[in-house]
Design a protein around this ligand. Structure first.
Ligand code: HEM
Length: 528
């Protein structure tokens, strides 16, 4: 009895003690965090205070870029807010974004759960010397493969893209009059352009390898999104479901890596240093050169060569596919909403290009209506609404405020493109805003769909070429309409890293070309 009573008392005392310790611990944590918030409040840009530990997380509603835009209305064009453990600094003034992102200080990337998974490989999520060397190398070599406004290389790239455009148009022609979703058809064609440049890989429409590849990427995006909470509240990584998600991500990444590794191995077997076929060959060339010279390879900074090449291919594929596919989908969607703008583009193409061939890059200078329509799509859809997140590489000052190293710095491109002080009636789809009094296309300095500064988009030239050739050729060959009996699809997109349109269907009616007869397929652009 005595022993039992002693045990009960002991248990009680232990519980009391644990509760007290927990209470004291939480109180100290709250006080420390409160003091930290107070100190930050005096040196950081203005913004909502939020709650200790959670910050503004409980008050988030709707899409993050819209939430930030609302905050900028209240606090100004430079704000800070805490989302859990992460300090977020949002810039929505284009001059401020431009001035900051020109500086070395803002070329870092934040340390997050996502970047940890990538272990410093690739280009998009790297920083410092590795990123700088990688970026310079890619800039130079991609230009060599035709991402250039000038010279014979440009013609090579145009011809690569046109091969895909022509196949795309043939697939569309076979589906004329049906209610179709263009998304998977765009996906194959756009992937083929970038995969050809990167590693000489092409997929056929309905290719099972490609469907698996895309499923892995889609699933990867969803799995990463489900980790979002951990990004802000790291302690959640100890929850049981988290390790299952991490394992699934690792398994998917392994499958992707295996696909890419097979391509790397194949390239090694057939490698010829006097004939570099694609970007992958240029990496193999650098490795060979460094081995022969007995020097370390500056492109890899001691990292595993194959993993780095896999991640570079993965980075460029994911940056270059979804963005262009979504932009083209937005362009078609806006044409459904504004058929009169579609007719204006078609009339211009008929006059300048004629009905006997497809548009070429050299026509672009004479197609202001077509070009301004594409620019307006890029502005109004702002498909990368928050750019990519930057981080100061050291504690730094911006507009008199102190930003700590590793704060997440977000360029709110969506807010710049929707600023009524810069654009008249920004909510209105109005391509004419890009045409000046002389009828020429002008792009104001606050038009930033590809970002600005040292980390701005590496694929802008390719993107512009693809958007023009796919969009103009589609409208040259087809009238696009909402399928009979279906309603006009919504302009509300799905926001993630990019904003993509919700699934929608179209019906295509071929516009007769001069080479057409009843059964003819679309002929290649040069064969007239
Ligand atoms: C319509 C198409 C595209 C749009 C709107 C777009 C937009 C952007 C934006 C806004 C950024 C972030 C800039 C910043 O935050 O400072 C970016 C970065 C990047 N883009 Fe694009 N992009 C497009 C197509 C492409 C293509 C085709 C490629 C590949 C060839 C590409 C490769 C990259 C890379 C590698 C980065 C990261 C650069 C770095 O971290 O240094 N993008 N892009």
């Amino acid at each position: 009895m005595f022993v039992y009573s002693a045990l009960v008392l002991w248990n009680f005392a232990v519980q009391e003690f644990s509760t007290t310790v927990l209470f004291v611990f939480l109180t100290v944590l709250l006080i420390v965090r409160g003091m930290q918030m107070l100190r930050e409040a005096t040196s950081l840009p203005p913004g909502p205070w939020g709650l200790p530990i959670l910050g503004s997380l409980p008050f988030l509603k709707g899409d993050l870029h819209l939430h930030f835009r609302d905050l900028t209305h209240k606090y100004g064009s430079l704000i800070s807010t805490r989302l859990g453990s992460q300090l977020i600094v949002v810039l929505s003034d284009y001059k401020m974004i431009r001035d900051a992102f020109r500086k070395e200080e803002f070329t870092g990337r934040p340390n997050t759960e996502f970047t940890n998974i990538l272990e410093g490989y690739g280009v998009i999520n790297t920083a410092g010397k590795l990123w700088k060397d990688q970026r310079r190398f890619l800039h130079d070599r991609l230009r060599h493969f035709g991402m250039s406004y000038l010279g014979s290389r440009k013609a090579q790239m145009e011809s690569r893209i046109m091969t895909e455009v022509e196949e795309f148009l043939c697939v569309l022609k076979a589906k004329k009059g049906l209610s179709i979703d263009l998304n998977p058809i765009f996906a194959v064609s756009i992937s083929n352009v970038i995969c050809d440049v990167l590693m000489s890989v092409r997929f056929s429409h309905n290719d099972s390898r490609f469907i698996r590849f895309m499923n892995l990427i889609d699933e990867g995006f969803k799995l990463f999104s489900s980790l979002e909470a951990v990004l802000f509240i790291p302690i959640l990584k100890y929850l049981p479901g988290h390790s299952t998600t991490r394992q699934k991500i690792a398994k998917n990444r392994e499958e992707m890596a295996q696909f890419l590794q097979e391509t790397i191995d194949e390239h090694r077997k057939t490698f010829d240093p006097s004939h570099l076929r694609d970007l992958l060959d240029t990496y193999l060339y650098e490795i060979q050169k460094a081995n022969e010279e007995g020097t370390g390879n500056y492109l890899f900074e001691g990292k595993d060569h194959d993993r780095q090449m896999q991640q570079i291919m993965g980075d460029l594929f994911s940056a270059g596919m979804e963005t262009i596919k979504s932009s083209l989908q937005w362009a078609i969607l806006f044409m459904l909403h504004h058929p009169e703008k579609m007719r204006a583009v078609q009339e211009e193409l008929d006059q300048v290009v004629g009905r006997h061939r497809l548009p070429k890059l050299e026509d672009l200078a004479y197609l202001p209506v077509t070009e301004s329509t594409i620019l307006e799509v890029l502005r109004i859809s702002s498909i990368v609404p928050m750019g990519t997140t930057h981080a100061p590489i050291r504690d730094t000052k911006l507009n008199g405020f102190q930003l700590p190293r590793h704060a997440q710095v977000v360029p709110l491109l969506h807010a710049v493109h929707m600023d009524p002080n810069l654009w008249e009636a920004p909510e209105r789809f109005n391509p004419a805003r890009f045409i000046n009094a002389e009828g020429k296309v002008t792009k104001p300095e606050y038009f930033l769909p590809f970002g600005v500064g040292r980390r701005m988009c590496l694929g802008e030239i390719l993107a512009r070429m693809e958007l023009f050739l796919f969009f103009s050729s589609t409208l040259h060959c087809f009238d696009v309409a909402v399928p009979e009996g279906e309603t006009l699809p919504s302009l509300k997109g799905i926001a993630g890293v990019t904003i993509s349109p919700r699934e929608f269907r179209v019906s295509l009616k071929p516009r007769p070309m001069e080479w057409d007869n009843e059964d003819a397929n679309l002929r290649p652009a040069g064969s007239h």
